[in-house]
Design a binder for this molecule. Structure first.
Ligand code: GLY
Length: 333
């Protein structure tokens, strides 16, 4: 069975090469005896994202690929679902505001060629990830912040939207009424930053990451998510990684870059994520309410994840279907 399976390759690329006209499906190919398996992974594409809201994001990313999108398109389209969802109170529309009541957004995107764009502290734009993509594609810069990022977005044709929902406003008012002390909370309602990684049918990697940051954060605070190497890193020769949770410690350890470098040294995605969490736990001061999670995707389509504490989940989409996984953690409570 195992031998037979090793001769059967499910590949969208193969379907195209074989001219089967199987635009959206997977075709089965049987290699002639003696032919070696190609270097490509057995099943492409693969998508992995953070938290349970990643399930819907993965599906949008998957649809993007099915309709001819590349990894970069899929990564953008995927996280846009969370950005537009008012129920996701840590990303985009419906995101919880800063201590002054303003919703400020951080996002970034990176492609297979090492191009990257990001925005930080951006207000009133529904899809910061798309602005980040425009920064990447239409400017010589990587990151735009605050008023400059907003002006750039408007210049690029984005429209302003009030992102503060009634629910988010009420949460902020309750927080103020309770004494307005800022305190990070681990696993906030099983939502946090969405980071999404894609390996497309051409074996190209891309990723995107977007968040409203910590609830009731100090005005002007920027977390890891828009910082290339911290919240997201893609190296098309090796793999990609993205982070969620308390951004300060991810910033201090350049977590996503570290995960990819550990993969370059030979670690599996899961082991690389674990090592990066262990590094963070020894190199920074972790506290009881701190959660951090990493997810990673290798060039060959292997996925992995690891967290500081229980409660982190990741969503994986492949030809096998869609799955939400409980991620192992360093601490058990
Ligand atoms: N990881 C998201 C943030 O800290 O803002």
């Amino acid at each position: 069975m195992a031998n037979r399976r090793s001769f059967i390759i499910h590949s969208f690329i193969g379907a195209l090469a074989a001219g089967l006209g199987c635009r959206y499906g997977y075709a089965t190919h049987v290699l002639a005896p003696g032919m070696s398996l190609p270097a490509l992974p057995a099943e492409l594409p693969v998508i992995i994202s953070t938290w349970n809201h990643g399930l819907a994001a993965n599906e949008a990313a998957w649809q993007s690929l099915l309709h001819g999108g590349k990894a970069l398109d899929a990564a953008e389209q995927g996280v846009m679902v969370s950005e537009a969802d008012p129920e996701v109170n840590s990303v985009g529309y419906g995101g919880l505001p800063d201590a002054s009541g303003k919703v400020t957004l951080d996002a970034c995107i990176m492609d297979s060629k090492g191009n990257a764009g990001s925005v930080a502290c951006l207000e009133n734009i529904l899809h910061p990830v798309s602005v980040a993509r425009k920064v990447m594609e239409n400017t010589p810069h990587v990151m735009l912040t605050g008023a400059g990022a907003l002006q750039f977005a408007l210049d690029q044709g984005f429209e302003q939207t009030d992102l503060l929902t009634d629910a988010a406003r009420k949460a902020w008012e309750n927080w103020k009424a309770s004494g307005a002390r800022y305190a990070p909370q681990a696993n906030w309602e099983n939502h946090d930053t969405i980071g999404l990684l894609v390996l497309d049918t051409e074996a190209s990697l891309a990723g995107a990451c977007t968040t409203s940051g910590m609830a009731f954060k100090h005005p002007g605070r920027v977390g890891d998510s828009p910082v290339i190497g911290a919240g997201l890193f893609v190296d098309n020769a090796v793999g990609a990684a993205t982070a969620t949770g308390e951004g300060e410690v991810v910033l201090k350890t350049l977590g996503s870059f570290l995960v990819v470098e550990l993969m370059r040294q030979g670690h599996s995605p899961a082991k690389a994520c674990e090592e990066a969490v262990r590094r963070l736990a020894t190199a920074t001061s972790v506290h009881k309410q701190m959660q951090v999670g990493y997810i990673a995707l290798s060039k060959t389509g292997e996925t992995g994840a690891f967290a500081l504490r229980p409660g982190f989940q990741c969503a994986v989409r492949s030809a096998k279907g869609s799955v939400l996984l409980d991620v192992p953690s360093l601490f058990q409570d």
